[in-house]
Design a protein around this ligand. Structure first.
Ligand code: DMJ
Length: 640
């Protein structure tokens, strides 16, 4: 990452003000009702004028007519010499002509009466007090909201439900492991209960100040990010009362019709991913409906000259833009490249290929581009379709793009070979140019910047240990090699934890001469409850059953309990090398979505969410494998 101090969350940063233009048609009804009355008045005045002109002008039939064609269609008229014309343009004579005049008169009277009624209503409105008008607007608003709710309840088309085995269970036989699992569940309850008390509905929690918290990635609205992110963890832990509380809040209060500029990537992985996982686990339709509503709001972000989405979109106006700090106005690889899983599921569940087409378009575009040294740079300009700065990283800004190539293949029941090939090509280039061994024998993943390798690895890049292990099976005859590589990355990341005072890892660490796996700059010494190292332990545990991964995971859990737990929840710490660390006073939503979920899975049996049926999105939301071979998602590589 380029500026870790500014990257408190997933490595994406601080957007400035929203300069977006007006609203989306969808929401006008609910939010512009007062304007409706003004418009009504103007319209009435205009109609009065038109009618005045129409009735007081001399009868055109007695004079020379300017036949402009349209007139025949819009107003039935009479030709003085040749008889009347009906609306279709045929000539009418004798009694027919009389009947036609009567009909015309009747129509005029009706229009006049309607118009007068509208005028009267408008006058009545103006006589009312401000409060009365406000109350009426509120009633109308409520009506629209009610109608929308009814619409929301409309079921989406049925699709074959994928294999959902393993959503319960995982009870460990070993007593010690069972106790550890129980402890993780208790930590989850502590995090959730405090959020419930002090931060309910806010995006995140300040566990020391004991109040709500949010950041720019969620926009300016309270969208209950922690609720949505935590749901599936609650579900698999059997915390069903808490799950139902969250569901109720989502039903009653989660509203996407807000004038708020959000990160497309973050909202996709946390909200759409979280809602879809909650839907698959619980079968509750509301989650699917909300996911689809939100996805519709993200679609305008793709309205760029290239189809590469903007980083941010205003949920109300649909106006998008990129982070001010991104090189040359670029979109970020890890952001526009981390939509595939959720978008394929959206197309699957709705039967609407629009989502699928958006992500496949991104893939096509990337396939056509030159890649320096076979590497994907992190920045791509959505206007020109050209790379920005040549910076490549498997940590922040690049990370989950590679993850989603592999997971697209896994999620398609291994039929999306195109994605698998792109993944294999990408990691071969990464291994060649970015992965090195330190003098002390630690394998690390550096970053390619300005033509040279920076020997620094971010906490975010530690997820790659799990990714290499997950992708070992199905690789180009190198399964053993990738499993080993995954294990080496896990060891390095464990070292980055072990070499600190708190036994928690820094945000990024260096490999420079005598310095190995240690943060050097003060701004890189923080730990914000991130999951990546524990995620890697869990994947390695599933594939090897080597007890060291459970032991390392337990060390991390104890350290979190000891140094991050406070009375109001869990907080990040500012310096993992200080034995008396200051807290940052933020309980990140991904702590509940990912860190605690991976810990819980680490101490569960493999029958809970088995990896041949479930693929975890980058926010640890499990989505089922789809058997797409017989499904029509136009352009689906499995079908072609
Ligand atoms: C999460 O939001 C996701 O894992 C994302 O891909 C990057 N990292 C954060 C947590 O560290």
């Amino acid at each position: 990452m380029t500026a870790p101090a500014l990257l408190p969350l997933s490595g994406r940063r601080i957007p400035p003000l929203n300069l977006g233009p007006p609203s989306f048609p969808h929401h006008r009804a609910t939010l512009r009702l007062s304007e409706k009355f003004i418009l009504l008045l103007i319209l009435s005045a205009f109609i009065t004028l038109c009618f005045g002109a129409f009735f007081f002008l001399p009868d055109s039939s007695k004079h020379k007519r300017f036949d402009l064609g349209l007139e025949d269609v819009l107003i039935p008229h009479v030709d003085a010499h040749k008889g009347a014309k009906n609306p279709g343009g045929f000539l009418i004579h004798g009694p027919d002509e009389h009947r036609h005049r009567e009909e015309e008169e009747r129509l005029r009277n009706k229009i006049r009466a309607d118009h007068e009624k509208a005028l009267e209503e408008a006058k009545e409105k103006l006589k009312k007090s401000r409060e009365e008008i406000r109350a009426e607007i509120q009633t109308e608003k409520n009506k629209v909201v009610q109608e929308m709710k009814i619409k929301e309840k409309k079921p989406l088309p049925p699709v074959p439900i994928p294999n959902l085995s393993g959503i319960n269970g995982g009870d460990p036989e070993d007593d010690d492991i069972r106790k550890k699992r129980e402890k993780i569940k208790e930590m989850m309850k502590h995090a959730w209960d405090n959020y419930r008390i002090y931060g309910w509905g806010h995006n995140e929690l300040r566990p020391i100040a004991k109040k709500g918290h949010s950041t720019n990635i969620f926009g300016s609205s309270q969208m209950g990010a922690t609720i949505v992110d935590a749901l599936d963890t609650l579900y698999i832990m059997g915390l069903h009362d808490e799950f139902r509380d969250g569901q109720k809040w989502i039903e009653d209060s989660l509203d996407f019709s807000v004038n708020s500029e959000v990160s497309v990537f973050e909202v996709n992985i946390r909200f759409i991913g979280g809602l879809l996982a909650a839907y698959y686990l619980s079968g509750e339709e509301i989650f699917k409906i909300k996911a689809v509503q939100l996805a519709e709001k993200l679609l305008p972000a793709f309205n760029t000259p290239t189809g590469i989405p903007w980083a941010m979109v205003n949920l109300k106006s649909g106006v998008g833009r990129n982070w001010g700090w991104a090189s040359a106005g670029s979109s970020i690889l890890a952001e526009f490249g981390t939509l595939h899983m959720e978008f394929v599921h959206l197309s699957y569940l709705t039967g609407d290929p629009v989502y699928y087409k958006k992500v496949m378009h991104i893939r096509r575009l990337l396939q056509k581009m030159d890649r320096p040294n076979g590497l994907y740079p992190n920045y791509l300009n959505p206007r020109t379709g050209r790379w920005g700065q040549y910076h490549t990283s498997v940590g922040g800004l690049g990370d989950s793009f590679y993850e989603y190539l592999l997971k697209a293949w896994l999620m398609s029941d291994k039929t999306d070979l195109e994605a698998r090939n792109m993944y294999d090509d990408a990691i071969e280039a990464i291994e060649k140019h970015l992965i090195k061994k330190s003098r002390g024998g630690l394998t690390f993943i550096g970053e390619w910047k300005n033509g040279h390798l920076e020997k620094k690895m971010g906490h975010l890049a530690c997820f790659a240990g799990g990714m290499f292990a997950l992708g070992a099976d199905g690789s180009r005859n190198k399964a053993g090699h990738y499993l080993e590589l995954g294990a080496e990355i896990a060891r390095t990341c464990h070292e980055s934890y072990d070499r600190t005072a708190l036994k928690l890892g820094p945000e990024s660490f260096k490999f420079d001469g005598a310095v190995e796996a240690v943060a050097v700059r003060q701004a890189e010494k923080y730990y914000i409850l991130r999951p990546e190292v524990i995620e890697t332990y869990w994947y390695l545990w599933r594939f090897t059953h080597d007890p060291r991964y459970r032991q390392w995971g337990w060390e991390a859990a104890l350290a979190i309990e000891k140094y991050c737990r406070v009375s109001g929840g869990f907080s990040g710490v500012k310096d993992v090398y200080s034995s008396t660390p200051a807290h940052d006073d933020v309980q990140q939503s991904f702590f509940l979505a990912e860190t605690l979920k991976y810990l819980y899975l680490l101490f569960s049996g493999d029958d809970l969410l088995p990896l041949d049926h479930w693929v975890f999105n980058t926010e640890a939301h499990p989505l089922p494998v789809l058997h797409l071979a017989n499904t029509t998602l136009s352009g689906n590589p499995a079908v072609r």
